[in-house]
Design a protein around this ligand. Structure first.
Ligand code: BG6
Length: 466
C-alpha cells in the first residue's frame, strides 16, 4: 500500500510549453534560438532569433495565456503535484540585471495560486534547458565563474518570492546530460555553451559541471536559510546501461559507463568528488578551476532528494580505448523515435540508485513519445496506457518489495508540449492532447486522451487500480 501522501502528478518545462517568449518583459532564452527538427534532422542553434526560421518554443502550447484551463484539467485528473520549471529569462531577461522583472514573477504567483486552488503541490525546477541567451552570448554561459552568482541571484529571488507556495525545488534538469559532449544540444540547453573545435572539450565539460555543482550547493543553502521546509533536489537522467554480456570486461564496461552517469549525483548527493573522477582528471592532465572554498561549499550543500527522469536503457560493451561503447539494448522494443522501452529498467535503477545513496528518490519524468491522432475529439492512446501501466507496476515493486523510498511520480508529460530534442509537436507525451492549429487561433485547444481517464483512476485509488 502506497503512502497516502505519495505525490502523483505530471511534469512539463517552461521553455517547451509556456510560449509568450517575448511577452511582459521576458528575455530571449537559449531555447528561443533552436529551430524545429525531426527524428532525422537535428535542431539548429542560430546566432540570434532570425526572421526566416521557425522556432517552436516561441509559441509552445501558449500555457502563458491558458494556464487556468490547463491546470483545471490536471486537477480533474487528481494531480497531487505539478512539476514545472521557471523560465529564468522571464525573471531576469538578460540574466545580469540587479532587479528582477516584476511581470515575470507575477506570472508564477498566478500559476502557483491556481495550483493551490486545487491543493496541487508545485514541484519546481529552476533551470530546465533554459537560461538567458544574453548570458550565453556575452558571458560564454557556464564556462564563466560569474554564472554562479547570476544563478544564485535567480534562485534566491525565487525562493524568497515563492516561499509560502513552493517547497519542492530542483536545481538543474538532467545535469548529467553534460557528460555526452558529442551532441551540441546538451551543452547548449544545459549550460549555454557551444564547444569550439580547438578546445579541450573534456576539460571544459568538467569545468562547467563544477560551476553548476557550486551554484547548486549554494542554492541548497540559500533555500534552507529562507525556509527550513524547503526540500531541494538534484535532477538526473537515469537510464541504466547494462553489461552487453556476462563477459567480465562487459561487466566492467557497465560499471564505468554508469560511473559517468552517476558522477553528477555522486557530487550533489555526497558533497564531494568521487575518487574515480579525481583519478581520471590526473590521467587526462585536466586543469580545473576548483578552489578550497568551492569544495567546502559542495560539502555544505548536499541535496535532500534525487529527482530523475527514466525513459530508456542501453548496454555497454568493452572497448579498449574508451573503456566502453554504449549500444542499443537488443532485448527490448522501441518507440517511433527509437527510444528503448524497458519498464523493468525503472525498478532496476530505483534499486541501484537507492543502494548507492539511501536518499529519497522522485521519478519526475517517465513517458512515451508517440504519434497521437485526434478523431471525433478523442485520442485512443492505449499504447501510452500500456507503457505507463508497465512502469508504474515496476515502481510499485521497487517500493513495496525492495523498500525503495519514492516521493512521487510525475509522468512526462502532463500535457502535450514541444519536444526538447526534436522541436516537434508531433512527438507527443501528454495525457491531455493539444491541437496546435486551435492554439494558433488563440484558443486553448485541449482534449482529454484515453490515458487521462486511466491515470485519473490510478491516482484516485493511490495505485491500487492499474
Ligand atoms: C527529458 C527532458 O530529457 O526528456 C525533457 O527533461 C524532454 O525536457 C524529455 O522533453 C523527452 O524528450 P524529447 O526530446 O522527446 O522531448
Amino acid at each position: 500500500m502506497l503512502d497516502k501522501n505519495f505525490l502523483w502528478g505530471g511534469a512539463v518545462a517552461a521553455n517547451q510549453y509556456e510560449g509568450a517568449w517575448n511577452v511582459d518583459g521576458k528575455g530571449i532564452s537559449v531555447a528561443d534560438v533552436m529551430t524545429k527538427g525531426s527524428v532525422n534532422q537535428p535542431r539548429q542553434i542560430t546566432d540570434d532569433v532570425l526572421h526566416h526560421q521557425e522556432y517552436p518554443n516561441h509559441l509552445g502550447i501558449d500555457f502563458y495565456h491558458h494556464y487556468q484551463e490547463e491546470i483545471k484539467l490536471m486537477a480533474e485528473m487528481g494531480f497531487k503535484c505539478f512539476r514545472l520549471s521557471i523560465a529564468w529569462s522571464r525573471i531576469f531577461p538578460h540574466g545580469d540585471e540587479d532587479k528582477p522583472n516584476e511581470a515575470g514573477l507575477a506570472f508564477y504567483d498566478r500559476v502557483f495560486a491556481e495550483c493551490w486552488k486545487y491543493q496541487m503541490e508545485p514541484v519546481v525546477t529552476l533551470s530546465h534547458f533554459e537560461m538567458p541567451f544574453y548570458l550565453a552570448k556575452h558571458y560564454g554561459g557556464w564556462r564563466n565563474r560569474k554564472m554562479i552568482d547570476f544563478f544564485l541571484k535567480f534562485a534566491t529571488t525565487c525562493f524568497q518570492r515563492y516561499q509560502s507556495k513552493v517547497k519542492y525545488w530542483m536545481t538543474f534538469n538532467e545535469i548529467n546530460n553534460l557528460i555526452d559532449t558529442d551532441d551540441p544540444f546538451n551543452a547548449w540547453t544545459g549550460a549555454g555553451v557551444l564547444y569550439q573545435e580547438d578546445e579541450n572539450v573534456e576539460q571544459t565539460m568538467y569545468q562547467i559541471s563544477h560551476y553548476q555543482f557550486v551554484a547548486s550547493a549554494l542554492a541548497v543553502q540559500a533555500a534552507k536559510k529562507i525556509s527550513a521546509d524547503n526540500q531541494v533536489g538534484c535532477m538526473l537522467h537515469f537510464g541504466p546501461i547494462y553489461p552487453a554480456s556476462s563477459q567480465p570486461l562487459d561487466q566492467m564496461a557497465s560499471v564505468k559507463a554508469m560511473d559517468r552517469r552517476f558522477f553528477f549525483s555522486d557530487v550533489q548527493v555526497r558533497g564531494a568528488y568521487p575518487d574515480y573522477v579525481k583519478q581520471l582528471w590526473k590521467r587526462h592532465h585536466l586543469q580545473l578551476d576548483i578552489t578550497a572554498d568551492d569544495l567546502a561549499t559542495l560539502h555544505r550543500g548536499c541535496v535532500d532528494y534525487i529527482g530523475f527522469s527514466y525513459y530508456k536503457s542501453s548496454v555497454a560493451e568493452f572497448d579498449s580505448k574508451t573503456d566502453f561503447k554504449e549500444k542499443p539494448n537488443p532485448h527490448v522494443s522501441k518507440s517511433d523515435w527509437g527510444w528503448a522501452i524497458d519498464p523493468v529498467g525503472l525498478r532496476y535503477i530505483l534499486n541501484v540508485a537507492y543502494e548507492r545513496y539511501q536518499k529519497p528518490l522522485f521519478i519526475v519524468e517517465n513517458g512515451l513519445g508517440a504519434y497521437d491522432k485526434l478523431e471525433n475529439n478523442q485520442v485512443n492512446d492505449d499504447y501510452r496506457i500500456q507503457y505507463l501501466q508497465a512502469h508504474v507496476v515496476q515502481m510499485l515493486k521497487a517500493i513495496e518489495l525492495d523498500g525503495v523510498q519514492v516521493l512521487g511520480y510525475t509522468p512526462w508529460a502532463a500535457i502535450d508540449i514541444v519536444s526538447a530534442s526534436t522541436g516537434e509537436m508531433a512527438k507527443r507525451y501528454g495525457l491531455i492532447y493539444v491541437n496546435l492549429p486551435e492554439v494558433q487561433q488563440g484558443k486553448a485547444g485541449i482534449y482529454r486522451k484515453k490515458s487521462f481517464a486511466w491515470y485519473q483512476k490510478v491516482i484516485a485509488t493511490n495505485g491500487e487500480c492499474l
